[in-house]
Write a new protein. Structure first.
Length: 77
């Protein structure tokens, strides 16, 4: 279970970057996403959502593969 929740924690960190960059006015992907939402910049919003989704799917995929190494009862054929 701790390995499973690490993907959710990663997504929480990504969501936290939006808040942190907005509060402290740091340039970055979070601030860019927030600005695109305020300006109704739909292509940029779509790209940001795509990047966040790819990071989440990749993290879940890596964790799924790590389960095969950690738990010998789980083997993928």
């Amino acid at each position: 279970p701790p390995l499973t929740f690490s993907a959710l924690i990663l997504v929480g960190f990504i969501g936290g970057t939006v808040v942190t960059e907005t509060v402290f006015a740091w340039p970055g992907l979070g601030m860019m996403t927030y600005t695109s939402i305020l300006n109704n910049d739909f292509p940029l919003m779509t790209g940001a959502v795509l990047v966040f989704t790819v990071v989440y799917v990749f993290a879940v995929f890596v964790i799924d593969i790590l389960y095969a190494f950690i738990d010998p009862r789980i083997r993928y054929n």
